[in-house]
Design a protein around this ligand. Structure first.
Ligand code: PMP
Length: 354
């Protein structure tokens, strides 16, 4: 830290993104990326957009907004596009939280929530998940705070049924409930259908996972137009050009290829079933994942040791040192070939240690 760094950030603990080591070619199952390339139209339109990079991008993302509204059946004023959904989540912390509206989220959830809260100097409360890592919806009934719920949750993969989300929305009419649906396309129920029924509902989604655009950084928030206006006020006060032209074009291309996305999601769901079945045969226990990752632990093999041993063998998974979950690893569901390499290595590691 330099002697010039503002006092207000001196205790800030920055988010640690998943590692991207360059020392060898890894089988990368640690950051929940798609193993499939962006759709053909996404690649084509992004390349065309590169021809005009001398111009600023469209701050309103007009073409992308129109295409998205058509595909999702919502109004063009009911969505805002952002630089990944992280950007939308940060905007939501800025727009809807303060000393009078502290944030509340689970103790085991997406690690960026507490970082955004600290960055914006917002008080927050963590609500423990149940022993089995499910959310107890009753804990959020009438809490009278701005609620952030990742649904499905990360890194646990567990989803909350839509009726429970609705109960939380109903019981907190004077607070915004942000439902982070980064992984919703892999089997959970989306709350987007409820945006006209609840003026306090804001849903965030991303093109990073099911739509293979993690490196393009494209996310969005979907809600009634007044909440979207609030986020636009924040966006136009920070960086109106937060989604570059190539990414806007790639987003349009992706939405032209919805069958491609659906086919890829179906493959990931099938591969998830294969991975969990094979892990069970090796003695692992896991949560019921509705995402593109599996959260698993072996009863007699330390989670941190397994992560290290896999890394030495060129396979990256994600391990968290937080007390409650340090026995587990979060494993991205890759292609069948990647899964087989992972399983072969796990088998050998377990054999070497018996
Ligand atoms: N929410 C959750 C629960 C996530 O796991 C992630 C991915 N790290 C994000 C939001 C943000 O993803 P992105 O910024 O790539 O849209």
């Amino acid at each position: 830290m330099s002697r010039f760094f503002s006092e207000k950030y001196s205790v800030l603990e920055a988010y640690t993104p998943g590692e991207q080591p360059r020392d060898m070619q890894y089988v990368k199952l640690n950051t929940n990326e798609s193993p499939f390339p962006p759709s053909p139209n996404a690649r084509k339109l992004a390349a065309n957009a590169a021809e005009s990079l001398q111009l600023y991008c469209d701050p309103t993302c007009a073409k992308l907004t129109e295409k998205f509204a058509e595909v999702y059946g919502i109004g063009t004023d009911e969505v805002i596009f952002t630089n990944g959904s992280d950007d939308a989540l940060n905007f939501a912390f800025m727009a809807f939280c303060d000393d009078a509206h502290p944030a509340v989220f689970a103790d085991i959830t997406y690690g960026f929530y507490s970082v955004f809260a600290a960055l914006n100097r917002i008080p927050y409360i963590e609500i423990p998940l149940k022993e089995d890592f499910t959310v107890r919806a009753d804990d959020y009934i009438g809490v009278n705070k701005t609620i952030f719920i990742a649904n499905p949750n990360a890194p646990t993969g567990v989803a909350l049924p839509l009726c429970e989300i609705e109960r939380i929305l109903k019981s907190n009419p004077d607070n915004v409930v942000i439902v982070d649906e980064a992984y919703v396309d892999f089997g959970a129920q989306s709350a987007v259908s409820l945006i006209h029924d609840y003026d306090n509902l804001l849903v965030t989604q991303t093109f990073s996972k099911s739509r293979s655009l993690a490196g393009g950084r494209l996310g969005m928030a979907i809600a009634n137009k007044r909440l979207i206006q609030d986020l636009n006020t924040i966006k136009y006060s920070t960086n109106p050009y937060n989604v570059n032209s190539m990414t806007q074009a790639a987003g349009v291309g992706t939405l032209m290829d919805e069958e491609y996305t659906q086919k890829n999601c179906k493959t990931i769901i099938e591969n998830r079933a294969y991975l969990t079945a094979q892990l069970e045969k090796l003695g692992f226990v896991h949560t019921d994942s509705m995402t593109n990752f599996v959260f698993a632990k072996h009863p007699s093999f330390d989670g941190g040791r397994l992560y290290e041993a896999l890394k030495e063998r060129g396979v990256l998974v994600r391990h968290f040192s937080k007390e409650r979950i340090r026995d587990y690893n979060r494993i991205t569901v890759g292609t069948k070939e990647q899964i087989d390499i992972l399983l072969k290595n796990i088998r050998e590691i377990l054999e070497d240690n018996t």
